[in-house]
Design a protein around this ligand. Structure first.
Ligand code: AMP
Length: 603
């Protein structure tokens, strides 16, 4: 049977749509098709779908409004390479980019796309490294040059490079180049490209200055824009933590301790903050490093190498320095301070949840900045979750589960087992297994326990504005549910499950806190019974859902929720030093056990 018949007529339309939206529909040179297939790119991104067919068929002047992470490098890089004549040994294409990091990335990407094009040379030139090596490279007849404006002018002045035959110019991140003061350099470079036929300008934002470049140097351009990368990415869970200014660092520290597996970027507003915050964290033993413009290029590259190899768990960066970070598996973005411009928030949060993954963007805000959160919510079209700054007991408990998981999933090398099996057995033959595990975990946790012996509640402004009891006279009730992170849930997913199961409006659910194995959320008093009734009969991934009204519990109990109703809790409770007393004994159904079980009311 003909394959199309098998598809069935009703699916035929979808099938053709799929073909039209695939790379194979692009009339692109075979070497590039091969490279795309090697890279595992399956479907073009929105900006690629818009731009590539146009630039392949007729390479007119264009403006592409797209951020990093949208696949814009391939959007211009593939057509650029398609039009390159490898047999001609002079510079045909120039890509101007604001930073050294971005230059290196673009060169790397373009080299990957051109890997099957024999004779192709893509060369990157940027400041901060000796110019002599780059002079040698540009004299080796590359067809494509990727450059920062400053270094390119340096090379032009030394007559090390000629742009006489240049046909294509790409201005990548044009807004950022202008922000960094490269306007005159860009003008000078473009004025010295007599053979330039086409200019492709890419920018995350469209300012008057960006339009000014287009007006001065481009003709009859077409504009293509796509939604800001990840600005409405539903895979990002946006959370905010309200702390007073003087508690900002301590809050950051708790968030880091509460996310032991973090691989993230912490954003500060200033270079000085990036340096100071990072230094403080490093002194405390966190594998972090700063990344900002006051560091020389060599140091920045080193930091990036260590971050990419995961020798560093976090970097503390300014917005400009972080522009060049191209890492796809960032788990968390933390805003040590919110940026002034909500657009910048989307750039920051878009560093996580890339390539179909999910991620969390946490913001530490002062009570006054809650209105800024509302503004950003409107921009990203997503509700932010107000989360509680964890206390010591919660942190210890979280870390304990993290280590238990690590122990459970550890796979010692066969050699190791062979070599040490007997010695380990002899040493511990008489020790009870549980006792041994407790000791192991205790060793891992004792420093954390010591640090968090005396903790205070860092949550600020709880009762003032958003306290549930003050809303329209309707009392809010805090509910407990026996589902948590271990069930693959985050706040967004849990919210979705509740809405789908009960048919209540999303804004009925407030102040959600998702823990390892349980979660809490507020609902209006008159909705509580309905929600409990409708959810209690449901199953989640085969497990029966249990829902109860949570009771304000005493501090340190059970490792579950210890805040929630907005009432202040006693400060300075001490850890006893025994892991069991942090609530590790809670079973998966949320029932209390040992010294600190959850004391929810039974229905
Ligand atoms: P960019 O926006 O150019 O910085 O690209 C972000 C990341 O997406 C890079 O790591 C690219 O290799 C990758 N990428 C670009 N286009 C695609 C595609 N069509 N499918 C999958 N990944 C892509």
């Amino acid at each position: 049977m003909h394959p199309l018949r098998r598809i069935g007529e009703h699916n035929l339309y979808k099938f053709f749509l799929m073909l039209m939206n695939s790379f194979s529909s692009f009339p692109m040179r075979e070497e590039l098709m091969q490279a795309i297939s090697d890279l595992g790119f399956e479907t073009p991104t929105p900006i690629q779908l818009k731009v590539i067919p146009q630039l392949l068929a007729e390479p007119i002047d264009i403006i592409g409004l797209a951020q990093t992470g949208t696949g814009k490098t391939a959007a211009y890089g593939l057509p650029l390479l398609h039009h390159v004549d490898v047999s001609v040994k002079h510079v045909q294409c120039l890509v101007l980019s604001p930073t050294r990091e971005l230059c290196m990335q673009i060169q790397e990407e373009m080299s990957k796309y051109g890997t099957h094009m024999r004779g192709l040379r893509v060369c990157a030139v940027y400041g901060g490294v000796p110019i002599s090596g780059q002079i040698r490279e540009v004299k080796a007849h590359p067809q494509v040059i990727v450059a920062t404006p400053g270094r390119l002018i340096d090379l032009l002045e030394r007559k090390a490079i000629s742009l006489e035959h240049l046909q294509y110019v790409v201005l990548d991140e044009a807004d950022e180049m202008l922000n960094m003061g490269f306007r005159e350099d860009i003008d000078l470079i473009l004025k010295n490209t007599p053979a330039r036929e086409h200019t492709w300008l890419f920018s995350a934002t469209m300012s008057n200055e960006v339009r000014g470049i287009a007006k001065r140097f481009m003709k009859d351009w077409k504009e293509f824009s796509v939604a800001a990368a990840n600005s409405t990415n539903e895979n990002i869970d946006h959370q905010y933590y309200v702390a007073n200014h003087h508690n900002r660092f301590e809050t950051l520290r708790r968030l880091l301790d509460f996310t032991p597996g973090i691989y993230g970027i912490i954003f500060t507003r200033t270079k000085q903050d990036a340096q100071e915050v990072s230094e403080k964290l490093m002194k405390m033993g966190y594998p972090t490093s700063p990344l900002h413009g006051d560091m020389d290029q060599k140091m920045r590259s080193k930091v990036m190498e260590r971050f990419k190899s995961k020798a560093l768990q976090c970097i503390v960066a300014t917005d400009v320095a972080a522009r060049g970070i191209d890492v796809n598996d960032i788990t968390h973005v933390i805003n040590y301070e919110l940026p002034d411009d909500p657009e910048v928030y989307t750039h920051r949060s878009g560093r996580t949840a890339r390539a179909g993954k999910s991620g969390i963007c946490m913001s530490i805000v002062s009570p006054k900045q809650i209105s800024n959160i509302r503004q950003i919510e409107r921009l990203v079209k997503q509700k932010f979750h107000k989360s509680d700054i964890p206390d010591g007991a919660e942190i210890v408990r979280k870390k304990m589960f993290f280590y238990m998981e690590q122990i459970a999933t550890a796979a010692p090398q066969a050699d190791f087992a062979k070599l040490y099996k007997d010695s380990i057995h002899d040493q511990f033959a008489e020790v009870d297994k549980d006792e041994l595990i407790r000791k192991l975990i205790w060793l891992q946790l004792k420093d954390t326990i010591e640090i968090y012996q005396h903790t205070e509640d860092l949550n600020a402004g709880y009762d003032r504005k958003e306290g549930p009891d003050r809303r329209s006279g309707n009392r809010f009730v805090r509910l407990f549910i026996n589902l948590g992170e271990k069930d693959g849930l985050n706040e967004q997913k849990l919210l979705q499950f509740i809405i789908e199961s009960t048919d209540v409006e999303a804004n009925t659910i407030e102040r959600m806190t998702v823990r390892d194995m349980s979660s809490f959320f507020n609902v209006p008093g008159d909705a509580a019974e309905y929600i409990i009734e409708h959810l209690s009969n449901k199953k989640f991934k085969g497990r029966k859902v249990r829902l109860e009204e949570a009771e304000q519990r005493s501090f340190g109990g059970g490792g579950g929720e210890s805040r929630g109703s907005g009432r202040a809790k006693p400060q300075g409770a001490r850890f006893s030093g025994d892991v069991r007393s942090y609530g590790g004994g809670r079973d998966r159904d949320g029932g209390g056990s040992g010294g600190g079980g959850y004391k929810g009311k039974r229905k």
